[in-house]
Design a protein. Sequence first.
Length: 132
Amino acid sequence: MHLLISAYVILFGSIFYARFLNEKAYKLLTTEQKAGLIDLFSKNRLVNFIIATALCLMIFGMFYFEILPKNAIIFISGVSFLAYIIGVIRQSHQKLLEHNYPPEFLNQYRIVNIVRFGGLALSFPLLMFGFN
């Protein structure tokens, strides 16, 4: 039970802190750049959501059907999510570079992603072991 509580505290804490940092990053942009962000990432949101959902379904399916030992499933799921997260961050950063966003914003955006996805990466194993 303590693992689950810790996982949720880490997860929600990182989400709220990333939101706070994100708001600070947006203040570094012009109105046109802020509007451009919506257009820049709107197509990727659906694709990223589908990939993340497929990963979650795959992982929970492996647990439910006990296809592999629990530790192997946790390892595979951790590596899969890490690859997904790195891919999303790299893709986002590349798009921002291509569209000439200011370096200060890029640095802040990188920190936001590290906080957000770091919280997810830390809470994920705790959630997996907490449901033991």
